[in-house]
Design a protein around this ligand. Structure first.
Ligand code: 5RP
Length: 230
C-alpha cells in the first residue's frame, strides 16, 4: 500500500467511526470511499454496526458494496440518508468541493442533497486554497449537446477535454458524456455552479458548493476533523 493509500484509509476509518447502528448510509465512489466500504464491511462482520443499509453513488460502488456484504437499499425505500461518506478531488477552505474524478458526480450529488450529514474523506494532497487550481471540473453532458456545451464552457474561459482515455469516450452510469473543463483557480465557485446549472445540456457538474458538512483530512501530522463554518 502506498503512503497516500494509508492516508486515505486512515481518513476513511475516522469517518466510519461516526456511523451508528440502524443508519441509512450514503456510499461514495472512488479509491478513498472504497476504504470506507471496507471498514463498514469489517464493522458489520464483527457486529459493531448492526442494521446498516447503504445507498450506493455509482454502479461501481454498488458492485463493491455487494461483494463486501453491505446491505443495500434505494430511494424508493428511504428518501433521506443519515450520513454519506464520500471522497473528493479538491477541497477549499470553506469545504466546497470539486468531485467527479471517478465520473459519478451526478449520483454523488443526488446523495449529498438527500443527506442530513455529508462527511468528506481525503488525504492532504486534495486541499487547495482555490478550487480549480489542481483539477479540471468534470461536467456531465447529454451526448446530443456535447458540442454546444463544449463551446459554452470555452466561452466562459475553460479549456475543455472530452474524457476519453485510450480514445474511447467514457459513458457515465446515465449514459452521458464527461467534459473536463479546466478553469484554473476559481474566484467564485458558487456563481460558476449557478451558470452551469442554467444550461439545458449540462446534466450536472462536479462543483459541490455548501454541501459538505465535515471533512476528515489525513496527512503526515495525523488526522484533522474540520466542520463547515467552524
Ligand atoms: C468520484 C469522485 C471521487 O470521490 C473523487 O474522484 C476522489 O477519488 P479518489 O478517492 O479515488 O481520489 O468524486 O466521482
Amino acid at each position: 500500500m502506498t503512503r497516500q493509500d494509508e492516508l486515505k484509509k486512515a481518513a476513511a476509518a475516522a469517518a466510519v467511526e461516526r456511523l451508528e447502528s440502524g443508519m441509512v448510509v450514503g456510499l461514495g465512489t472512488g479509491s478513498t470511499a472504497r476504504f470506507a466500504l471496507e471498514r463498514i464491511s469489517e464493522l458489520i462482520r464483527n457486529g459493531r454496526l448492526k442494521n446498516i443499509v447503504g445507498i450506493p453513488s455509482s454502479l461501481r460502488t454498488e458492485t463493491e458494496a455487494r461483494e463486501l456484504g453491505i446491505p443495500l437499499t434505494g430511494f424508493e425505500s428511504h428518501t433521506s440518508i443519515d450520513v454519506t461518506i464520500d471522497g473528493a478531488d479538491e477541497v477549499d477552505p470553506e469545504l466546497n468541493l470539486i468531485k467527479g474524478g471517478g465520473g459519478a458526480l451526478l449520483r454523488e450529488k443526488v446523495l449529498a442533497q438527500a443527506s442530513r450529514r455529508n462527511i468528506i474523506i481525503v488525504d492532504e494532497s486534495k486541499l487547495s486554497e482555490r478550487l480549480g487550481t489542481r483539477w479540471a471540473l468534470p461536467v456531465e453532458v447529454v451526448p446530443f449537446a456535447r458540442a454546444v456545451e463544449e463551446h459554452f464552457l470555452k466561452s466562459i474561459g475553460a479549456t475543455v477535454a472530452l474524457r476519453a482515455p485510450n480514445g474511447r469516450a467514457v459513458a457515465t452510469d446515465q449514459g452521458n458524456l464527461l467534459l473536463d473543463a479546466r478553469f484554473g483557480p476559481m474566484g467564485d465557485p458558487g456563481r460558476l455552479a449557478q451558470q452551469l446549472s442554467g444550461r439545458a445540456g449540462i446534466v450536472e457538474h462536479g462543483l459541490f458548493v455548501g454541501l459538505a458538512h465535515e471533512l476528515f483530512v489525513a496527512g503526515t501530522d495525523g488526522i484533522r476533523h474540520l466542520k463547515r463554518g467552524a
